[in-house]
Design a protein around this ligand. Sequence first.
Ligand code: UDP
Ligand code: MG
Length: 314
Amino acid sequence: MTPAIRPALSVVAPCYDEQQALPEFLRRVGAVLDGIGGASEIVLVDDGSRDGTWKIMTEAAARDPRIVAVRLMRNHGHQLALTAGLTVCRGERILIIDADLQDPPELLPDMMALIDQGADVVYGQRRQRDGESLFKRASAAAFYKLIGRLTDVAIPTDTGDFRLMTRRVLDLLLLMPERHRFIRGMVAWIGGKQVPLLYDRKARVAGESKYPLAKMVRFAADAITAFSVVPLMASMTIGWVMAAVGFAFFLYSIIGWLMGMNLPGWTSLMAAVGLLGGMQFLMLGIIGAYLGRLYDQSKGRPLFMIREIVGGPK
Ligand code: UDP
Ligand code: MG
């Protein structure tokens, strides 16, 4: 694709069962783009929705030449659906946004201004989160604290993937072939000038969160394994401590035996066996978590599969 026919702006939104939110999303994003002017496109990715999402997308694409509707073969998950949209989009600047309007598209002009002033990435940082449970907020805070300790990459807290970036940054992002994607971390890893824009995160306009607890946990594990090998090294640290304690016990029991002491050892034995057994399984699990991802990656399967694309340039 020659740069000459790139639109100035692409808006990319992954959508999974978003039939309720989509019409309002398109209305609000459309209004923002009208206000900004210039050539733009809205790339909607249907991530294997089971509801009427695809129908709404294709109807919208028939009405509005700015809309490009991408349908994946099946549900790939948020991060891979987003990757599909980012691969298809052609804009000079790219806005990543959720389809549920938790992130206000009306911030786009402010984000554009910050890029005009030289930023490479402007990321939305949440000042407040409406309509999200205490548990979701507390677990998010704990997660960002943990990953902050485990990695050298400065991953900003309280962010989602809601951000505007330049084509240069996107092209670098698309060079990364990793399957277990934590896109906000990958963008942070790229560096350049990344600036926050504070905003209040709203509740969803319609529908439910597509991130139940199990998916959240998996996402957090993907993020941590992708950005840190500290857990993998933990067995080393714990192993040294355990070895030292074990050696002390060894000396104690040998000396005791030489001195003819009969050690009443059941409790300490059970405690040690239990503790060590648990620790070993935990460490094996951590190794498995990395190994499994390494195995997935080594298969080299495509990150996403597109079924069809409707709308956009012919
Ligand atoms: N999403 C997706 N595929 C999935 C799950 C989610 O494309 O398997 C989309 C979803 O439609 C939304 C965005 O990813 O546009 C964020 O999901 P959601 O709003 O459910 O997450 P939350 O805001 O609750 O963390
Ligand atoms: Mg949401």
